[in-house]
Design a protein around this ligand. Structure first.
Ligand code: NI
Length: 138
């Protein structure tokens, strides 16, 4: 790999054993790849903390019969159309729908949008999955 450096560092034995256990449990091929991913996860957390441009997914599960809810969810998404890349609607059963909204934009606006969608009456569950544009992760 170009530009790869080797480094060594000190770590207490019990902590090293826990690291080895994590590497095995999460089926990583090796320790290096695991540590690289830990660093990337921390960098992505920082991107969200620093209000950088980020990518994420908002998942909503809601009852479609809740009064005015589908209109409110649509209205809110139109209001934030500039950060919405795509959305998918899934009919989970007779009454319950899921909507997966893929977003890209400033972290604060995405968090605001997720909060606005989540607090609507009739939304049964909502999550914001935080990811990255991939910039500055390699
Ligand atoms: Ni539906």
């Amino acid at each position: 790999m170009p530009g790869v450096v080797r480094l060594s560092f000190s770590i207490e034995r019990p902590l090293m054993e826990r690291l080895e256990q994590l590497v095995r449990e999460e089926a990583y091929a090796n320790r290096s790849e695991y540590i690289r991913d830990l660093i990337r996860e921390r960098l992505v957390e920082k991107q969200w903390e620093h209000n950088d441009e980020v990518v994420g997914t908002i998942t909503l599960v809601y009852n479609r019969h809740a009064r005015g809810l589908t209109d409110k969810l649509t209205h809110t998404q139109h209001h934030h159309h500039e950060v919405i890349l795509a959305s998918t609607h899934i009919h989970l059963d007779e009454d319950v729908c899921a909507e997966i909204v893929v977003v890209k934009g400033r972290a604060k606006e995405i968090q605001h949008l997720a909060g606005e969608l989540k607090q609507q009456k009739g939304v049964l569950h909502a999550t914001l999955s935080v990811s990255s544009t991939g910039k500055q992760l390699s």
